[in-house]
Design a protein around this ligand. Sequence first.
Ligand code: 5GP
Ligand code: MN
Length: 323
Amino acid sequence: MKIAEEVKDAKSIGIGGHIRPDGDCVGACMALYLYLRKVFPEKPVELFLEQPSEVFRCIKDIDKIRTDVMEGGGCEEDFDVFIALDTVADRLGAAEPLFNRAERTINIDHHISNKGCGTVNFIDPHASSTSELVFRIIEEEKLDKEIAKAIYIGIVHDTGVFRYSNTSPETLAIASKLVAFGFDFSEVIEKTFYEKTYVQTLLLGRALLESILIMDGKCIVSGIEKKTLDFYHADAKDLEGIVSQLNQTRDVECTIFMYQTGVLEYKVSLRSKGKVDVAEIAVYFGGGGHMRAAGCTMNGTFYDVVNNLTLHIERQLKRAGME
Ligand code: 5GP
Ligand code: MN
C-alpha cells in the first residue's frame, strides 16, 4: 500500500492514534502527519491525539496536535479520509466519532488483536511497530530528517531499543536508512526512552520494592494505587518502563503491572518472555496487544485482578508444560 495513492482524491485528511499514546503511536502519527502535509500542502491534514509525554517535544510540529478535541473540546469537522494508526477505532478516544463519520477510513496497525476496522486495512502483526509500517507506506524519496526521526523514535520505543524479538532484519535495515539522515539518534534514545524524571525514578523504585512473586516465581506482580500517583502529582505517563524492568527478573515468565484508574478499576500491563501469550489473555478481558506485550482495563480490587489473570496464566503455563 502507498498512502499517497490512497488519499490523493481526499479533500481533507484526519489522523488518530490510541488513547494514552506510547512512543510508537506518537512516532507513527507524527511521521505520517509530517509526510502528508509535505506531499499535499494544499489539503487540510489534522492529527488527533491525547497530549503526548513531553519527552517527544523533539519531534517537529508536535504542538500542532489537536489535543483540544481529545480533552473533550468536541469537533464539528468531517474528514473525507480518516486514518487510525496503531489501534482499532474504539481506542481512538474522542476522535472515534470523526473516524466513524469519515467517508473512507484507513487502519494501519501491527497488533495481532486487530482484525482491521477500516475501509482499507494494512495490518501486519509481524512488523516491529506501526512506525515501521508508516515507513513502508510512504515514498522513500519524500523522507526527510524530521520524518525519519519520528519513525525512528516509534521503532526504538516498540522494540525496546532494538532488543525485543519483534526486531527483524527489515527493522534494522529501515533504522539504518533513517539514521543516515543525520539526526542525533543517540540523544533521541537517551532523552525519549531512558531518561527519567526524579518522580519517575521514585515510582519505579516503589513498584520494584513492593513487587511480589507468585506461581513459584514464574510470575511477578506489582501495582501503583491512585493515592500514590496523586501523592507524587504523577500520571500514567510516569509509569512507562516499569513493566519491562519487572519482566527482566530471572525465572519470571510473565509480569503483571497495574495502576489504579478509578474506584475498583485498574489499567493492566502484561509482559511475557514467550511461553505465555499475553495478547490472548488481554483480549479475553476486553483489551489487546501482542503475544509478549499486551494490556487491558479490569475491575475489582488489586487482588481480584491478580486472581482473574493468574487463572489464565496458569492454564497457559500448564499448556506449555511448565506447571
Ligand atoms: P502497555 O502495557 O505498554 O500499555 O501496552 C502493551 C501493548 O498492548 C501495546 O501494544 C498496547 O497498544 C496494547 N494495549 C494496552 N492496553 C490495551 C487495551 O486496553 N486494549 C488494546 N486493544 N490494546 C492494549
Ligand atoms: Mn505499537
